[in-house]
Design a protein around this ligand. Structure first.
Ligand code: SF4
Length: 243
């Protein structure tokens, strides 16, 4: 095990250690970063996917590393049918069993408790109930999580590093594709003939829940079809909180 820990009990991963790791991995391939993650954290690292293109690349890489990875998705019950179909395909083709993380709150129960179509009246609360809170519970006690965050995706992600301290969830966050562009991701998918969400061919570069995802014009910001008309660009799971 290649564990690197700060001596501080308050911030287990100090900025100094994170800077050194980001320097170490500045030109590293996603495979190298993933290998480091699994060697460093063993069973304590989990990978998240929302079945976007970056997630497909990461799941494909992880499935080739012989590490029996724990890969989870936050099931909001509101995915497109195409997304659920892709999940089944990935499990079959990559030989993976994905872990479903769920709020425990059905859409009907949410309507009764918080009002009908909460995603219209209060999308932040809807995302908190269906994504942020279940994620927090699932990550509790884990050492690190791996995500498909890329700096090119949007303004809110442009400062993301390869290795970060996730203060909101109290663990290390690893973004192996942080420097990849959309073209890099698509090139990997095409070269390796990987499955992907058929909605990408219909104008949806970024796909989330059905009520909050729209197709976008060609060349528009990758995530500009999410929460259209709302003052919201992130669901909250990748929002930085100062430690
Ligand atoms: S993306 Fe929309 S539907 Fe999904 S959890 Fe957030 S607000 Fe609710």
């Amino acid at each position: 095990m290649n564990k690197i820990r700060s001596s501080s009990s308050e911030t287990p991963w100090s900025p100094k250690i994170l800077n050194a790791l980001n320097e170490q991995f500045k030109d590293a391939s996603p495979r190298t970063i993933l290998n480091w993650a699994y060697e460093s954290f063993g069973r304590d690292v989990v990978m998240a996917t929302g079945f976007g293109t970056s997630g497909i690349v990461l799941m494909h890489l992880a499935s080739s590393l012989r590490v029996d990875p724990t890969i989870f998705y936050l099931d909001t019950d509101l995915f497109f049918p195409e997304t659920y179909a892709l999940k089944d395909r990935i499990e079959e083709e990559f030989g993976l069993t994905l872990t479903r993380v769920h709020s425990g709150l059905s859409v009907e129960e949410q309507s009764r408790q918080y009002g009908k179509e909460l995603w219209k009246s209060n999308p932040d609360q809807c995302c908190f109930l269906r994504k942020v809170q279940p994620l927090r519970k699932f990550l509790h006690g884990k050492g690190a999580w791996i995500t498909g965050v890329r700096a090119h995706q949007s303004n809110t992600r442009k400062e993301a590093g390869v290795i970060e301290w996730d203060a909101a969830n109290n663990l290390v966050k690893i973004n192996p594709l942080v420097r990849w562009t959309s073209a890099d991701v698509w090139s990997y998918i095409k070269i390796n003939e990987l499955p992907y969400n058929s909605l990408h061919d219909k104008g949806y570069p970024s796909i989330g829940c059905m009520p909050c995802t729209k197709p976008v014009e060609k060349g528009a910001d990758e995530r500009s079809g999410r929460w259209v008309g709302k003052n919201k660009t992130e669901c909250g799971i990748h929002v930085k909180k100062n430690s």
